[in-house]
Write a protein that binds this ligand. Structure first.
Ligand SMILES: C[S@@+](CC[C@H](N)C(=O)[O-])C[C@H]1O[C@@H](n2cnc3c(N)ncnc32)[C@H](O)[C@@H]1O
Length: 246
């Protein structure tokens, strides 16, 4: 006999809890993850024609989160080749929120800019050029956001501790109760020292260490572990920060 929705949800939550407690399964995930970096796995995918540098499970998780929040505006720092912008734009289009995704990027190439601006979803995209933590960049973002709400913030630019902490401090103001900041690449904390080649970040100096400091000084946010428990193969364990107070 078919489970009803409530039974399905209850069983799913039980299975997720058992999976999260399964140490061998978790170790398997960590091993797979380390090897996947070596193969540059995150570069394998496109969203509506544009390269999206993400793991598929995280894309599904962001879809669930956006359906839950139904943000008017998404702010993403670090847009690379625009696939994630196209993804957030398509979610805004489908949820019918009427808003925009604001893409903040330090080094957007001409080819990528052209591809983004000629994309069928470009009417939902606004680009802001500059460093995500520069005062003038934040002022431009603020002017675009205006009084629109809810706002979802996604941090995926430079991944060292100081930069992400500065981003968290600068962008938390846009997020109100029940919305989120999602911080990508917290997984760096769990990778071996040599897994990322010559990148300036690594264990102890990454988005996860920035979150640890941020949560001590800002009581408006808490980690939503439900995403970690079900995803396993994710670049953002502990990176889903739910706003609990305005
Ligand atoms: C990991 S990639 C972003 C991937 C993209 N979000 C996606 O899902 O396809 C990081 C991007 O951050 C940009 N970046 C680095 N430092 C930055 C800064 N200070 N401000 C804004 N963007 C920055 C890089 O140029 C790069 O394009």
């Amino acid at each position: 006999m078919f489970e009803n929705d409530a039974e399905f949800e209850t069983r799913k939550q039980r299975d997720i809890a058992a999976m999260a407690a399964d140490k061998e399964f978790c170790a398997l995930g960590r091993a797979w993850f380390t090897e996947s970096f070596r193969h540059r796995y995150s570069y394998n995918f496109r969203w509506m024609g544009l390269p999206i540098i993400q793991y598929p499970a995280d894309i599904i998780a962001m879809q669930e989160l956006i359906w839950q929040i139904k943000p008017h505006t998404v702010i993403e720092t670090g847009i690379a080749r625009g696939g994630s912008l196209a993804f957030y734009a398509s979610m805004l289009e489908m949820t019918g929120s009427g808003g925009h995704v604001i893409g903040v990027e330090l080094a957007l190439g001409d080819e990528n800019r052209k591809a983004i601006m000629s994309h069928p979803l470009s009417h939902r995209i606004k680009l802001v050029d500059g460093s995500s933590i520069a005062v003038e960049t934040i002022a431009k973002v603020k002017a675009i956001v205006g009084s629109n709400a809810p706002v979802l913030v996604v941090l995926d630019s430079h991944h060292d501790h100081d930069h992400v902490l500065a981003e968290l401090r600068a962008y938390e103001r846009f997020v109100k109760k029940a919305s989120y900041i999602v911080v990508f690449d917290t997984v760096i904390e769990h990778l071996p020292e040599n897994a990322l080649g010559d990148r300036p970040w690594g264990p102890g100096n990454n988005p996860k260490s920035a979150i640890d400091v941020f949560l001590k000084e800002n009581a408006r946010f808490e980690i939503d572990r439900s995403y970690d428990d079900k995803l396993h193969l994710s670049v953002c364990p502990g990176g889903f920060l739910r706003c609990v107070h305005d």
